[in-house]
Design a binder for this molecule. Structure first.
Ligand code: FAD
Length: 214
């Protein structure tokens, strides 16, 4: 992906990455993003689901929501995805940090009007959260489809930023008798809890194992 003046990471530029494969990996490892946009004179940063299909991100929601209503108009948009990988405890407060992988996508979205593309995007959103689920889950009815807006965001301008490794203390701090290191962080997937209203004793689907693996 071409680095543009506005996607150039300025602080710690060595942590910036513009390679599509790196950006895809970070996007594919999650399904929660924050969509930033300005409505009137007020910026909003709204947490929401996303999926990636090739070079497009899809967001969805009620046509009545501020986010979907605003984004349908093609206003400038910033989508951010962040994975927390660790707390980096340096000997000083100043050099303490976080290990992370993040992506920032800049662009403008547009409403997906084509029904087949809209259904495919909605399936992709389900698959991004639980791969394999579209084989089971009831497909949206025409009414449900009409009650959902889908926004396509072409990934023309994007950057990744990644921090890994131990603290970077200056040499004059290394002799301090203070514990330093990294506390790894990860999102934990729990045991599935069956819905008590399930009509029969249905075993948990095999594809949930992939969710555990992720
Ligand atoms: C979990 C976490 C905690 C952080 N904590 C702090 C903090 O406390 N203070 C702080 O100053 N910074 C923090 N950062 C880094 C922060 O995200 C910015 O990278 C930082 O503010 C540097 O901005 P800049 O002026 O270099 O770039 P900006 O001018 O703000 O950004 C220029 C361009 O660089 C790219 N870019 C900038 N940051 C990122 C990113 N994180 N991921 C992908 N692309 C990016 C974007 O394309 C952006 O348009 C944190 C990041 C994460 C993920």
């Amino acid at each position: 992906m071409a680095k543009t003046p506005r996607t150039t990471v300025r602080r710690h530029p060595e942590r910036g990455a513009y390679d599509r494969a790196v950006i895809h990996d970070i996007l594919d490892a999650g399904f929660l993003c924050h969509a930033g946009f300005v409505d009137g004179d007020q910026p909003f940063v709204i947490p929401t689901l996303y999926c990636r299909v090739e070079e497009t991100l899809y967001l969805h929601g009620s046509p009545l929501s501020r986010m979907l209503g605003s984004l349908a108009g093609g206003i400038p948009l910033c989508v951010t995805v962040t994975h927390l990988d660790g707390i980096v405890m340096a000997r000083s407060a100043f050099n303490s940090s976080i290990n992370y992988r993040s992506v920032v996508v800049l662009g403008r979205g547009h409403l997906v009007e084509d029904e087949a593309q809209k259904r495919a995007a909605m399936d992709a959103l389900v698959e991004q959260v639980v791969p394999g689920r579209t084989g089971d889950a009831r497909a949206p009815t025409d009414k449900e489809l009409a009650a959902t807006s889908v926004i396509a965001v072409p990934m023309d301008e994007a950057s990744a930023k990644i921090r890994t490794g131990p603290p970077k203390d200056p040499s004059f701090d290394l002799d301090l008798p203070i514990w330093a290191g990294e506390v790894p962080l990860r999102l934990e997937v729990g045991e599935p809890v069956p819905d008590p209203e399930m009509v029969a004793d249905i075993p948990a689907p095999a594809y949930l194992r992939d969710v555990f693996r992720r």
